[in-house]
Design a protein around this ligand. Structure first.
Ligand SMILES: [Zn+2]
Length: 591
């Protein structure tokens, strides 16, 4: 490729960019004499050994001994090659590279226009939020969340008014509406994609707005949040929300805090957890981990404590470990998410957060504790069960860590490390992974499904009522197979069928039922059984509802108006049924 990557091109670009400026977008630099110093972005350290020499336009790290010029710096930090670095720096310096194919040229242009448009939109939304009467619903929402104006402005929150305000604004500024459509901001008819929503810019680590996520201010709106579609500027799974604001604090504290929701992060920053970020729009991806790894080697994970949150947590722990990152897991007492926790703590938030951080076990330990909760070491069935889970958990980590983890697990459970490292025997075929009834019955969180199974073990007669109120499909998978087996026993042998059939149950299920007999749940009567059935049904309906809402967003993005209408009707009907059911008060009882 002669022209594009010629020495001329490199020289020209190099002459136009300043290494200090480029580096300081990634590293906080302090001047000492004629050089600049900072924490090396390429290895973990507590005191600065990374030096930039502005005269020579070169850099050197005394810690990891990497060095180079602006191109090598960009190559390493952006994980690209020499050509990619040239491309990026040329764009920034306004140097036109020859020999770009027309398609490449076009891509670069579109991306630039989209980015411009997103920037303009963010400014417009922010202006509407604070300076116009139309911004009132947005201001009210922030007030109810107790987000201060100062915090809101740091995140450049905004409000998209009803109607076509943005289109009118663009017309007044003589800007192209088609760029706004390309940027995912506007529908074809000119209406604002985010109308009547509080708008949250999703920015890259340098603070450039790439997309938006937006929360409705309307009570009757089914989709609480909607996100920008993918555009030439935005690819889902590559951005970490809040990183532009959190990066300095991440470096200072030596770890980043990874949360699930954007609002958690916003509240976090307001209450002094300014190293908080969130994986945006998806479960944590490899690309996001690589990006975080540029800023720190340690993540504190704060995920929801429900089943989905715990699964996501485990995935994040093992994914991070394959990139050589350490994780710790904080669990929030009496709160469903960090937002709730911090707001409840109020003025004590900083202190309570510190306590939480200091208590957080490593990612491996958190999984281990969950897998072995309630273990009775004198029960061989249980030992086998827990050993199986731990083996599976340990195997998810890179080879080099497994030995040490097995040792830790041996100390914690008394199960021999050799048993924990042993390869599984070829038979029996793999069973679907369960999160473990034991963990749920002895840990703090008992799901309605597991409670119901225990209750039915103790009082099989309740099947007579429950089976008319609940179909097995409504149970979560973990509880379903044992429920179905018990139901069959009941239908065959009535209230004594379970005892008669039990010996033929899988050992894990036998064990579970015997444990319920030995230690029955607190309330065992028909009324509680019915309430549990109703709660399970309700949870199932809510799950279906969010499924439809997800589908709806897809359909809308694909502009499939027929499907949108059908899904909207389904969602509305389901939402109504859910509200009815909640109003009847099933959920607040049977705790
Ligand atoms: Zn270094």
């Amino acid at each position: 490729m002669p022209t594009q990557a010629s020495d001329d091109a490199f020289a020209e670009v190099k002459a136009r960019v300043d290494l200090v400026k480029v580096v300081s977008e990634h590293v906080r630099l302090t001047r000492r004499n004629k050089d600049f110093w900072g924490l090396c972005p390429f290895h973990q350290e507590d005191s600065p050994s990374f030096k930039v020499n502005p005269q020579m336009q070169s850099w050197y790290c005394f810690g990891c001994e990497r060095s180079g010029d602006v191109f090598t710096f960009v190559e390493l930090i952006e994980k690209t090659d020499k050509r990619g670095a040239l491309q990026m720096l040329a764009e920034r310096a306004g140097v036109e590279l020859k020999k770009l194919s027309p398609e490449q040229r076009e891509r670069v242009d579109v991306r630039k226009r989209v980015l411009d448009m997103l920037k303009l939109a963010a400014q417009y939304y922010e202006y509407v939020l604070w300076k116009t009467p139309a911004g009132e619903p947005g201001r009210r929402l922030l007030e109810s969340r107790r987000v201060s104006e100062e915090t809101a402005r740091r995140f450049q929150l905004g409000y998209a008014p009803a109607g076509r305000g943005f289109a009118e604004y663009l017309r007044a500024k003589k800007r192209s509406l088609s760029d706004a459509q390309e940027a995912g901001l506007m529908r074809r008819d000119g209406s604002d994609f985010f109308a009547e929503r509080l708008v949250i810019p999703i920015r890259d680590e340098r603070g450039q707005t790439l997309a938006f996520t937006a929360r409705t201010v309307r009570q009757d709106e089914q989709r609480k949040y909607i996100n920008s579609p993918e555009t030439p500027a935005y690819i889902k799974g590559r951005v970490i929300f809040g990183l532009d604001l959190a990066r300095d604090e991440i470096a200072r504290r030596g770890h980043g805090v990874l949360m699930e929701g954007q609002f958690d992060v916003i509240t976090g920053h307001q209450f002094g957890v300014s190293n908080a970020v969130a994986s945006s729009g998806t479960a944590l991806t490899e690309e996001q981990v690589r990006l975080l790894k540029r800023f720190t080697d340690e993540l504190l994970l704060v995920f929801d404590s429900d089943r989905a949150g715990r699964t996501a947590m485990r995935k994040a722990v093992t994914l991070a470990s394959t990139f050589g990152m350490r994780t710790r897991v904080a669990s929030l007492p009496d709160a469903k998410d960090p937002d709730e926790f911090l707001r409840a703590a109020g003025p004590d938030a900083a202190q309570r957060w510190e306590e939480l951080v200091s208590r957080a076990p490593s990612g491996f330990e958190a999984g281990m504790e969950e897998d072995s909760a309630g273990l009775n070491p004198s029960n061989p069935n249980q030992v086998e069960l827990v050993a199986g889970r731990l083996r599976e958990w340990i195997r998810q980590f890179p080879e080099g860590l497994r030995e040490g983890y097995a040792e830790a697990a041996e100390r914690h459970t008394g199960i021999s490390r050799h048993l924990l490292l042993r390869d599984p025997e070829p038979a029996p075929p793999p069973r679907p992974r369960t999160n473990g009834f034991g963990a749920r019955t002895t840990g703090k969180k008992v799901t309605a499904g597991s409670y119901l199974v225990q209750l039915l073990a103790v009082r099989p007669g309740a099947f007579g009522l429950v089976r008319t109120k609940l179909t097995p499909q409504e149970l979560e998978q973990d509880d379903r197979s044992i429920y179905v087996r018990m139901l069959e026993s009941y239908e065959r042998g009535g209230a004594s069928g379970l005892e008669a059939d039990l010996a033929g149950y899988p050992p894990e299920e036998q064990d579970l039922i015997r444990r319920a007999w030995a230690a029955p749940p607190p309330n065992v009567d028909d009324e509680v059984a019915l309430e549990l059935a109703a709660r399970i049904r309700l949870e199932h309906m809510k799950g279906m509802h969010s499924g439809i809402i997800r589908e709806l967003s897809e359909a809308e993005r694909g502009r499939d108006s027929e499907k949108v209408a059908r899904l909207e009707a389904e969602a509305r009907e389901l939402a109504r049924a859910i509200t009815d059911m909640e109003r009847r008060g099933w959920t607040s009882r049977a705790q």
